[in-house]
Design a protein around this ligand. Structure first.
Ligand code: 4AD
Ligand code: MG
Length: 431
């Protein structure tokens, strides 16, 4: 048997006979020649079977292959400048593995509901495969950056007794005789871990029972959450800049083919260089008012506001110091202006909206306890969090970056649903 390889490595075997294992993506025939487009998860290659060379049996086997049937194909690797990956395979042998009758996703256009109903098959198409590859590289880049910067990965629990980001969007479940909720954010646990390990991060799913049906919202999404002891708001923002710049650079360097398959304008990504522009919430409100928006100090931004604010710049935009009343209970007030908090949201360019939410956290025991009272948070479930302010409390800060929104932006996707293998959305739990 010839060596088994994959399409992405086929260039190492020019002139040699190799074996590939994959699926038939597409096929065309000109009577005595079959052109098989074979994909194997690493790429697509054209395999050419010439009747006079392979013989009747192999040719008939090629003819019988249908879309998405699986196969093992052997052939000689030929360089071909016109071919997509630069190589073609001259078929010598074909072994069908699993048949595929009436494959539902044809190579013409389908509606998005149909595709989402067939998500288990849709992910096989080159564009979806490319997006999932970019997602994996984004996660790798994030972990690499933080690991190299002295962070320790820590995994917070998924089942929790309390909420982190407000009680209205909680998924309830029963935990034997207790109430439990799916995590909205691992932040509180990461704050505890930062007091144990200094700089920590998590990478995992978060759940929000949000009745929002927008192109930016998922019910289950992934968040990467760094948390750093002894970091101020300013330190936090600087870290985020370097982090996002690194992630974009890594994708540009490692996903050239994928970005081309997706059709992303990479010149726009190349502009993502720190430092990023910053605006205070106050300035943002004034800017919006000056540009015809009916918005007042104290109002939250909607998607159109975020899109317009960010459209002034070719790199992500920080909006800092939001009104205390708009943000979560744990954010540190600005010592000079307690009506605003030391926080920043990072808005991606090109209309992708908020990709990061972060802040310096309250480290003072009495202040945090007051917040529990004003926010009606029960001490029995949050007591441990208050303890962190009782035993060696330090100023600290952190942020959460939404993986799907980041991938949607980097890939230039219209909707976050394509940025996760199996999206959970309002009214969609299948497949
Ligand atoms: O701004 P959020 O709600 O912040 C937190 O949860 C903090 N506790 C994070 C922290 O400081 N450790 O969420 C952070 C990010 C958002 O900026 C967004 O990118 C993403 O998570 N996100 C969502 N992504 C998809 N669908 C949703 N429903 C999302 N909600 C938040
Ligand atoms: Mg937020």
């Amino acid at each position: 048997m010839s060596p088994v390889t994959t399409i992405d490595r086929i260039g190492n075997y020019e002139g040699q006979t190799v074996t590939l294992r994959g699926w038939l993506y597409n096929k065309r025939s000109s009577g005595k020649i079959q052109f098989l487009q074979v994909r194997d998860g690493t790429g697509v290659i054209q395999c050419v079977a010439v009747k006079s060379e392979v013989g009747d049996a192999v040719f008939a086997a090629c003819e019988a292959l249908t879309q998405e049937s699986s196969l093992i194909v052997e052939g000689v690797v030929r360089r071909d400048a016109r071919a997509k990956g630069g190589y073609e395979l001259s078929v010598t042998r074909v072994e069908p593995v699993g048949g595929s009758v009436d494959y539902p996703i044809t190579l013409k256009e389908h509606g998005v509901d149909f595709l989402l109903d067939h998500r288990h098959l849709w992910i096989r198409t080159p564009r979806q495969r490319a997006i999932l590859k970019v997602r994996a590289e984004v996660m790798r880049a994030m972990a690499d950056f933080l690991d190299a910067d002295g962070f320790t990965r820590v995994d917070p629990p998924i089942l929790t007794p309390s909420s982190c980001e407000g009680t209205t969007e909680l998924f309830y479940t029963q935990y034997f005789d207790e109430d439990a909720y799916l995590t909205q954010s691992g932040q509180m646990y990461l704050e505890a871990a930062a007091m144990a390990l200094g700089k920590v991060y998590s990478m995992g799913p978060a759940f929000r029972a949000e009745r929002s049906k927008t192109r930016r919202h998922l019910i289950e999404f992934w968040m990467i959450e760094p948390e750093m002891a002894f970091y101020t708001h300013e330190d936090n923002v600087r870290l985020q800049e370097a982090f996002v710049q690194h992630v974009v650079r890594h994708v540009l360097d490692h996903c050239e083919a994928e970005l081309a398959t997706i059709g992303r304008d990479v010149d726009r990504l190349a502009k993502v260089q720190a430092p990023f522009p910053r605006m205070s919430y106050d300035e943002a409100i004034r800017w919006l008012q000056a540009h015809g928006h009916d918005i007042r100090w104290g109002d939250d931004f909607g998607a159109p506001h975020e899109t317009e604010l960010a459209a002034q710049f070719d790199r992500p935009l920080f909006i800092e110091r939001y009104p205390t009343a708009l943000k979560a209970f744990y954010m540190q007030p600005d010592p000079e202006r307690p009506e605003v908090v030391l926080c920043a949201d990072l808005l991606a360019p090109e209309g992708y909206g908020e990709i990061i939410g972060g802040s310096q956290r309250i480290h003072d025991y009495d202040l945090l306890r007051d917040r529990f009272v004003t926010h009606n948070l029960p001490m029995d479930t949050y007591g441990w969090y208050l303890d962190l302010r009782k035993y060696g409390s330090v100023p600290h800060a952190g942020f959460g970056i939404g993986l799907e929104r980041t991938v949607a932006w980097i890939c230039g996707l219209e909707h976050v649903r394509e940025a996760i293998p199996f999206p959970r959305m309002l009214y969609r739990l299948y497949p």
